[in-house]
Design a protein around this ligand. Sequence first.
Ligand code: GLU
Length: 483
Amino acid sequence: MKVRFAPSPTGPFHIGGARSALFNFLLAKKEKGTFLVRIEDTDLARSTKESEENIKAALKWLGMNWDEGIDVGGDNGPYRQTERLDIYKKYVDQLIKEGKAYYCYCTEEELDKEREAQMARGETPKYNGHCAHLTEEQIEQYKKEGRKPTVRLRVPLNQTVAFDDMVRGHIAFESNGIGDFVIVKSDGIPVYNFAVVVDDHTMGITHVIRAEEHVSNTPRQLVIFDALGWQAPTYGHISLILGADKKKMSKRHGATSVDQYRQQGYLPEALVNFLALLGWSPEGEDELFTMDQLIEQFSMDHVAKNPAVFDIDKLNWINFHYMKKLSDEELYELCLPHLQAAGYAPQSPSADEKAWLMMLCTCVRDHVSYGAQIVDQVKMFFTDSIEEDQEHAADIQAVKDEDTYKTVVAAFKDKLQAMDQVTPGAVKAAIKSIMKETKLKGKFVFMPIRVAITGQMHGADLNYIVTLFGKDKTAARLEAALA
Ligand code: GLU
């Protein structure tokens, strides 16, 4: 088994592309086959080096290293289509020689006019075969006029072009609907459909998993395979990814590129796990899978025909799961850029600053599903005023109305002043001794202190919150509560 991922480097690396890459990768690894990556850059106007670099970096970040292809090499290179033009030319020449393809001198204007006429007659537009049988004289005349020809494939009439799709089952097209289509543009660059066929064949590709939008390209590719006398690979066209509103996932729905998720502080393991579930469903109830588990369990039989819906809550849930496995240090590394962007952390923290920031991250980690979310959770440590949680205003008021509210706050303030060093352990001990001295139950001690310091009913571990604020800031807040 040999599969390939063949991105066009024409923009940000879309999560749909990453999912296609992943399904190919999983299939290759599961079957102990080869995963190849090549770059389809024949769209010269839209392809950029930056996009190519971005795609390669994202694949590596997601853990999809390829066995053959761009950068890593192999026996079937080069792996960038613009470097394979002489290979394509060889096969184009062969087709022309065999009469299976021909030069077409029609101009854009002529083609447009014909298309309009066909549509006016209620026909589906297709090439009318004008140049299919030109005489030598006609060709000479066109050349003299300086027309630059395209090359068209002679598509046989009255044939059914069919294939058995791994996901969608039997699909058939009538060749009469295709029309002789362009395989080489007038600038000499082959079109995607032609390059892809030559590449898939010469690179020995056995299985192709790609997006549903390519279903309509497949009959053209099959006709080319046929003309060249080659066997086509087995195709599997995976469904669209939809947004929550069941419309095709687009920028309107939020982040669509792998890079955006990386920048927001999602983990590659989580994104891989999530992408796998966009279209593939595991046997059992479990939804958390490492790459190795995915490789073991993946199968095309469990890839759904109906569209997958991108559920951000699910991604957050999965990411939270993987974030739990991070050490405090790793968590800090993930969150630091976000804290820096918010102005909450210096560009190069000193050892003391790092220790404080690390405690900060650890303190709120149970409330953070992805890196960027930390900013909201730690806001209170960077503002002098206390923002009361409006949603729980009544509960907060109830805590303040307790007879013992001020007693507890005052007692805690005294204990805090007496501490040599404010640490989570010291805070914990202080709260414990207040409980003992006042004979109040836990809640009646915790809540007044939490409300006085944070203005919230819920949140991170109080011992850490106090430690992070430090003696002076905590004391100021307690004093304000007593005033
Ligand atoms: N280069 C095509 C794309 O990025 C993929 C072609 C294919 O998988 O056959 O959409």
